[in-house]
Design a protein around this ligand. Structure first.
Ligand SMILES: *Cc1c(COP(=O)(O)O)cnc(C)c1O
Length: 433
């Protein structure tokens, strides 16, 4: 309520920015109630899986060395398998990030001579090097695994005819990216992913359908494995880590797919049996417990941003009204200055490193300079309030996260304040010409 207003003014938000954004927030309350309803369901889903698997205090303690019979690790993997309704799961601190989890899933389930198909267009930037779309040491291509791609149609729909033509005897695995990543195409709903998988399985039942689930977890009450995916893969410093997991990735799916991945992650013969959990189990469990509500907070922040920037006149994907299937909000500013000002506003709202100014840099894995704003408790964590954008046309910024809705709200107010201060948006909240 309005007693927060003085705090905002003290923290550098102008009266006009406050009034403008407050009015938009008021208009979103029904929408927010729907998000809370999804998070309520998912909270029960997580608690149910933890209770069923008898999560106990002993699970929260770690192991060292080989990590044989690690109760916490084994129970957590059973909990993940229950949440995703899969036969098995691999949830490990030894999986260093989302890209690693995806590379692991691909490299362990494909063999020389096989082909990987992406029926939803170009995959996430860092996967280009994993696949070998961009030359790279150790890529799938180097191992004789080929890649085929069918783009989405102009209107964002699946090119069913093209997909049918692209599936042949060598097609072993299909990769479907749920989230838009660094693109402005729409994110796929779980229902649409299900439709695509059904179509593919009708043509070739034994093809492995993998979904890159990054940023999608807990945004809906079902997950891709509820609609036919053989494997879902993601990062623990995004949604399912709830902001607490300090590292890690997960795979959940068919027993054989998980087995293959485990033998690749550790070693043939060892598989899931080794891998000490060190001191991370407590944060993996508690983060998973918080994940449904943290994801809801991030969704609210994204919707708030969409409605503000749409009203000003920038292109936003998803738009202010659309249903949400991931936590990412793209805003197209059309200039490097817009991207930079937005990211600087996010940084100014951070609890950690709020005093630093982000600049574009040449990040490993990306083909243009990228600017990243984050003041994170876990370095690089993008379930925390963060924004990033490649410095290349169409000059779109990708905003995500917010462990709390209040922080997300403040961050977005700061971005608008910064855009007004730099003259990119006028004092009457229209785009400067
Ligand atoms: C973040 C992300 C990845 C890669 O995860 P990292 O943890 O950054 O390596 C892959 N795919 C999508 C869609 C993502 O959002």
């Amino acid at each position: 309520m309005s007693f927060s207003k003085d705090m905002y003014l003290k923290m550098g938000i102008s009266q006009k920015v406050y009034d403008f954004t407050e009015e938009i927030w008021e208009s979103l309350k029904t929408r927010f109630e729907e998000i809370d309803a999804v998070s309520e369901y998912n909270q029960m889903k997580v608690i149910a899986a933890m209770q069923k698997n008898r999560v106990s205090e002993a699970c929260l303690l770690g192991t060292t060395g080989y990590g044989y019979n690690d109760l916490g690790r084994e129970t957590l993997e059973a909990v993940y398998a229950d949440i995703f309704h899969t036969e098995d799961a691999l949830v490990r601190p030894q999986i260093t990030c989302g890209t690693h989890a995806l590379a692991l899933a691909l490299m362990s389930n494909l063999r020389p001579g096989d082909e990987l198909l992406s029926p939803v267009g170009k995959p996430y930037d860092t996967l280009e090097e994993v696949i070998g779309i961009r030359e790279s040491k150790g890529s799938l291509k180097e191992y004789g695994i080929t890649y085929a791609q069918v783009d989405l149609k102009e209107d964002g729909s699946f090119d069913f005819e093209g997909i049918k033509k692209a599936i042949h005897e060598k097609t072993k695995m299909v990769t479907i990216q749920r989230s838009k990543g660094y693109q402005t195409r729409p994110t796929l709903s779980v229902a649409r992913i299900g439709e695509l998988i059904t179509f593919i399985k009708n043509i070739k039942p034994d093809v492995i359908c993998m979904v890159d689930n990054c940023y999608g977890e807990f945004t809906e009450i079902i997950e891709p494995t509820d609609v036919g995916a053989d494997l879902v893969v993601g990062s623990l410093i995004k949604n399912p880590g709830g902001g607490l997991a300090p590292i890690g990735g997960y795979l959940a799916g068919k027993k054989e797919c998980i087995e293959n991945a485990a033998y690749r992650l550790t070693s043939p013969g060892l598989g899931k049996e080794v891998g000490a959990s060190l001191q991370v189990m407590n944060s993996f469990y508690q983060g998973l417990f918080l994940a449904p509500s943290v994801t809801a907070n991030a969704l609210k922040s994204a919707i708030f941003a969409a409605n503000i920037y749409e009203k000003i006149g920038f292109k936003v994907v998803p738009d202010g009204k659309e249903s949400r299937h991931d936590i990412i909000q793209a805003v197209t500013f059309g200039t490097p200055e817009g991207v930079i000002a937005f990211c600087q506003g996010i940084q100014q709202a951070a609890a950690v490193d709020g005093h630093v100014t982000p600049e574009p840099w040449d990040m490993p894995g990306y083909d243009s300079p990228v600017i990243m704003a984050a003041g994170a408790f876990v370095s690089g964590s993008s379930i925390e309030l963060s924004a990033d954008g490649p410095i290349k046309p169409p000059y779109a910024v990708y905003f995500q996260g917010g462990l709390t809705w209040q922080h997300g709200k403040f961050g977005i107010m700061k971005t608008l304040q910064r855009l007004v201060e730099t003259g990119i948006v006028t004092k009457d909240f229209v785009i400067s010409s």
